[in-house]
Design a protein around this ligand. Structure first.
Ligand code: NAP
Ligand code: MN
Length: 275
């Protein structure tokens, strides 16, 4: 009877090239098969990523078109991550939890990025961490509009717009705040803004609520570099970029091992310091 419960759940495993990840992969594949899980790449119910948070970003983008039906699980080789719930020596615990999984999930907001080009073409992308617009040849000059209000003319290296779970990534390096992922908001952070008697930006990062649309309009012709998580594009003819919280969310398998967000933040940035 126990077998009935586990038969039929479709699982896809993706991993990075590290030897340690390959070993975890072999072990996990063997144990899942033994417990009657179906290993398939095409239409899985559960996607397991083995590696770091970067690997989970890749898993997210691989299954981006199936977000509503897929749930993710991250196995981190090394230490606890932000998108990962299991360490590499916890494979048995992971298999056990998946055996008794009832479909419960934890969901986080993601970012929708709509790029409009000068000829009217559009391109829509989704980000789990953030989207970054930059210029590398000269100072980027761009107008920032928040919910229809022209907010500022930005001059500097670039701007990031991040999700709550992305707030601990690039956003944090830029001095942005760490946002709990149950707060459905986007955060705008500046990258090296120019501030003097002539040019002025707010300077601090801005947290924008769910319904507000963020728009960035580059005002100086030239190549801009757009990064969406771990992918980078170079465009010469961007008219403007709109950012909003996407209608889809990323779902993670809710397991007894789902670590609290504050524990992750502490583990990653503070550690255990003796007082
Ligand atoms: P990468 O440059 O190889 O690694 C970026 C680092 O950020 C890795 O250590 C990764 O953790 C970590 N990370 C990823 N998502 C995170 C999150 N949500 N919270 C905290 N840390 C996180 O690039 P990658 O692995 O392909 O990741 C792309 C990401 O790099 C971008 O989305 C951006 O956030 C970040 N990035 C940061 C800076 C910066 O801080 N100055 C500059 C460019 C890009 P793992 O080691 O566990 O994979
Ligand atoms: Mn990591």
């Amino acid at each position: 009877m126990i077998q009935m419960r586990t038969t039929g759940k479709k699982v896809s495993i993706i991993r990075n090239r590290k030897r340690q990840s390959e070993e975890v992969f072999q072990q996990l594949r063997y144990k899942l098969k033994k417990n009657n899980f179906i290993l398939t790449e095409k239409h899985p119910d559960i996607v397991i990523s083995i590696g770091g948070d970067g690997m989970l970003l890749s898993a997210f983008h691989k299954y981006e078109s199936q977000l509503d039906r897929v749930r993710f699980v991250g196995v981190h080789t090394g230490h606890l991550g932000f998108y990962t719930d299991y360490l590499d020596d916890e494979i048995d615990k992971l298999v056990e939890n998946l055996k008794y999984d009832t479909g419960a999930k934890v969901s986080y907001p993601i970012l929708n990025v709509k790029v409009t080009f000068e000829n009217g073409d559009t391109k829509i992308m989704r980000a789990l961490n953030e989207a970054t617009i930059k210029r590398s040849d000269r100072t980027m000059v761009a107008d920032l509009t928040i919910n229809g209000v022209h907010f500022e003319r930005f001059r500097g290296d670039g701007i990031t717009v991040s999700t709550p779970t992305g707030s601990t990534a690039y956003n944090k390096s830029l001095g942005g705040a760490v946002l709990h992922p149950t707060i459905e908001a986007l955060q705008i952070a500046e990258i090296a803004s120019l501030n003097n008697r002539v040019y002025r930006t707010l300077g601090s990062s801005i947290i924008v609520p769910k319904k507000d649309k963020i728009e960035i309009t580059p005002s100086r012709p030239g190549f801009h570099i757009l990064s969406v998580d771990n992918s980078t594009y170079s465009y010469r003819n961007i008219a403007h970029i709109e950012y909003q919280i996407d209608n889809h969310k990323i779902n993670f398998v809710a397991s007894p091992s789902h670590t609290s967000f504050w524990n992750r933040v502490k583990d990653a940035f503070i550690g255990d310091i003796d007082e």
